[in-house]
Design a protein around this ligand. Structure first.
Ligand code: TTP
Length: 373
């Protein structure tokens, strides 16, 4: 175990069964706010941007979810759905502190801890420091201990691979524990709507639905060739997970795949000159980050979100390393010409360098890319 075999279709899961736990804190930022401000408990709480701005919702309490409010929704819309909600600004320091507490706890069980964000991690407890036999028992103990140490609740998924553990943790939220055993996996996956599969975003979902593929059972009917035609390299991954196979190891030190920045504009903009000025500033910032990490990349990706929220990306890959702002800006201009920006007003612009030439460990940080203005 530990190494990813060449093909995800080699059923390592069946040969040497692993014990994987996925832990995810419940309504994380909102729960921390309710804990620290008891007058907010039991009330709809929305953490994120101010409703009078163009900001978005980072998350909200379960009381607010009943009104249809959810993450990434414009705060102004959240306010219309739930005017009685209390809007609060995120306090990342508080969230980081909790994140450190739960991480310390996880490390008491295993060193194979892979954080996905501040409030979420995979643990491989196949061989654990407490010599405990049952992963379910470990998960239950961890949930209790999280509650004791942080006065917050979390949910857990237990299974034999990451894919299943992650989906399972979402099944009985909040404060839930869900186990998917190898015998249950086939039925569990067959009934899942494809949107719940990790890695299926809105675009992929639409492509699958357009082909009449709505559930795991239907995904399983697709041949490997068909899935590779549809999704390129990811085709193999989808083929595997439809069969309950996911050999990805729990990797404690994930490496960063890209370095980028994006800006939501204060107002929609259709002026190409102004758009290039913003790319100038983005290029400066991305270049500074790339240099600070002593790396460079071979691919530059430009992102444009039009005022109707449609998002497009354009990429360029070259053999020379990309690290200087002026090179990024020149490439950005070429890429921008392949979009409709200017002709169509834009609301967000982004620039990302990927194909990095050195391994940079991921530092887990809050999702700052969302505008909290
Ligand atoms: P999630 O784990 O996706 O959500 P959650 O913990 O708020 O709620 P759930 O109980 O359904 O898991 O995200 C963790 C935190 O990350 C969340 O509290 C706020 C932040 N976040 C954003 O800032 N923007 C986003 O779009 C999302 C999805 C999360």
């Amino acid at each position: 175990m530990g190494e990813t075999p060449e093909s995800p279709l080699t059923a390592i899961d069946m040969i040497e069964q692993r014990k994987i736990i996925h832990i995810d804190m419940d309504a994380f930022y909102a729960a921390v706010e309710q804990r620290d401000h008891p007058e907010l408990s039991g009330r709809p709480v929305i953490v994120g941007g101010d409703p009078s701005s163009r900001g978005v919702v980072a998350t909200c309490s379960y009381e607010a979810r009943r009104f249809g409010v959810h993450s990434a929704m414009p705060s102004a819309r959240a306010y219309r759905l739930c005017p009685q909600a209390v809007f609060v600004r995120p306090r990342f320091e508080a969230y980081r502190a909790v994140s450190a507490q739960i991480r310390t706890l996880f490390l008491e069980y295993t060193d194979l801890v892979e954080p996905l964000s501040l409030d979420e991690a995979f643990l491989d407890v196949t061989n654990n420091k407490k010599q405990m036999q049952f992963a379910t028992r470990i998960a239950r103990e961890i949930l209790q201990e999280i509650q004791k140490r942080t006065r917050l609740t979390a949910s857990a998924g237990v299974s034999y691979n990451k894919f299943l553990a992650k989906i399972a943790s979402d099944v009985h939220k909040p404060a839930g524990l869900t186990v998917v055993t190898p015998d249950q996996a086939e039925t569990f996956i067959a009934e899942l709507p494809v949107r719940r599969f990790h890695g299926v975003g809105r675009v992929t979902e639409q492509r699958l639905l357009a082909r009449g593929i709505e559930t795991g059972a239907e995904l399983r009917c697709c041949s490997l060739e068909e899935l590779e035609r549809l999704f390129g390299k990811s085709g193999k991954y989808f083929y595997g997970i439809a069969r309950g196979i996911d050999n990805r190891p729990v990797t404690p030190n994930r490496v960063r795949k890209s370095i980028g920045k994006e800006d939501t504009l204060a107002e929609d903009c259709a002026d190409k000159g102004q758009i290039m000025t913003i790319f100038g500033s983005l290029a400066e910032r991305v270049s500074a980050l790339v240099k600070a990490r002593q790396t460079s990349g071979l691919t530059l990706t430009l992102k444009v979100k039009y005022s109707d929220f449609q998002t497009v990306t354009r990429s360029h890959t070259q053999v020379e390393q990309i690290e200087d702002a002026d090179i990024m800006l020149a490439l950005a201009e070429q890429l921008l010409n392949k979009t409709e920006a200017g002709g169509r007003p834009v609301r967000l612009l982004g620039l990302t360098v990927s194909n990095l030439t050195t391994d940079i460990p991921v530092e887990i940080s809050p999702q700052l890319e969302l505008p909290f203005r």
